[in-house]
Design a protein around this ligand. Structure first.
Ligand code: SF4
Ligand code: SF4
Ligand code: SF4
Ligand code: FES
Length: 348
């Protein structure tokens, strides 16, 4: 791969041709503030926060969108850039309600952090939030349009990553772009929430139930729902899961989850959950040990095979099983029981 040589804040940097200034800076540990950028998305270029000076240019450029070139001299931090970033943040706050005390995102909100970092303490003339459309909700998510910073990460998350096209960019009444939502295409996967940098999209299941700083543990695990093996983070408060998110940067899902993996965790706490094998006798179930239950099943299998042959038995393995368990299931049926009647229920 051809490399270009440049300087960033006076440091010599070699970056792959075609990469952006933001990527080149990150590769040597230089942080440039961003809001609309997310490494899983193509550059959006909507916020203007990642501005940097190039070769002493009169007008700064967006680091997330500008490709590197040989001999480029980049400055990422100066009094001028700091003031310009402050102005960008103030222009967002003009339309922003600052309801951090009741916002689910408080504590892990990128806007909150950037405003704090840049010492923006208020705006002179807050504007009414008529700029935004009405909110929308599904069984699992709710939008708070007035908290939206119009970064359009959610639109890219829904189209580029999930391919559902439920979100799009439309022209608002004043000519500026807005996010539009199409309920008929939304599958409540929550990818838009995971990538939204603010509290403009929140999860209904956790709304007003806990604060981010109350999560005492984030436990990494594998989703139990299907054989894909998506990596999840279980957010735990007082020993109970309060939220599930996808693990950014981890295979195979790279942060993505489906609606089941993200929101279907209540069953763990169900009182009706089976904790021991049950054997039916005289029309009623009674609790049994695994040894007793397995002996009973093995005995019945032997009896059926003796009376009617191995092909009188069929096995259907569970879609929630891991590959190794499914492999062993077919091995048990083919090699031990002696039938090819083996199938899997994940045929949707
Ligand atoms: S989105 Fe962020 S800045 Fe806005 S109210 Fe919520 S926590 Fe505060
Ligand atoms: S929940 Fe999923 S499908 Fe629905 S808008 Fe968000 S990203 Fe798109
Ligand atoms: S809802 Fe969130 S991700 Fe979407 S444009 Fe608004 S702030 Fe950005
Ligand atoms: S992060 Fe570059 S324009 Fe938003």
């Amino acid at each position: 791969m051809a490399m270009v040589k440049m300087t960033i804040d006076g440091r010599d940097v070699a970056a792959p041709e075609g990469s952006t200034i933001l990527q080149a800076a990150k590769s040597v540990g230089i942080r440039i503030p961003t809001l609309c950028y997310h490494e899983r998305l193509k550059p959006i270029g909507s916020c203007g926060l990642c501005i940097v000076e190039v070769d002493g240019s009169a007008t700064p450029v967006a680091a997330c969108e500008t490709p590197v070139r040989d001999g480029m001299e980049v400055v990422t931090s100066s009094d001028r850039l700091f003031c310009m970033r402050q102005e960008v943040l103030k222009s967002i706050l003009v339309h922003h309600p600052l309801d951090c005390p009741i916002c689910d995102k408080a504590g892990e909100c990128l806007l909150q952090d950037l405003v704090y970092e840049h010492g923006v303490t208020g705006v002179e003339a807050p504007a009414p939030s008529a700029k935004f459309r009405n909110g929308y909700a599904t069984a699992f998510l709710r939008s708070w349009p007035e908290r939206c910073v119009l970064c359009f990460r959610c639109v890219a998350a829904c189209t580029e990553i999930q391919g559902h096209f439920a979100l799009s960019t439309v022209e608002g009444p004043d000519g500026s772009p807005l996010v539009a939502y199409d309920e008929s295409k939304c599958v409540s996967c929550g990818e838009c929430i995971q990538l939204c940098p603010t509290g403009a999209l929140v999860e209904k299941k956790s709304e007003r139930r806990w604060r981010n700083w109350e999560v005492e543990q984030k436990v990494r695990t594998t989703c139990p729902y299907c054989g894909v093996g998506c990596q999840q983070l279980l957010h735990v408060k007082n020993g109970r899961i309060v939220k599930v998110s996808g693990v950014e940067g981890a295979e195979p899902n790279q942060g993505r989850l489906c609606v089941k993996g993200r929101y279907g965790f209540d069953f763990i706490y169900s009182e009706e959950r089976l904790k021991t094998p049950l054997i039916r006798e005289n029309g009623r179930f009674r609790e049994a040990s695994f040894d007793e239950a397995l002996d009973l099943v093995a005995g019945r299998f032997k009896k059926i095979i003796a009376e009617s042959g191995s092909d009188a038995i069929a096995g259907v393995s569970c879609a929630r099983s891991i590959n190794e368990d499914s492999y062993q299931m077919q091995k048990l049926f083919r090699a031990v029981i002696g039938t090819n009647n083996i199938d899997h229920c994940a045929r949707t």
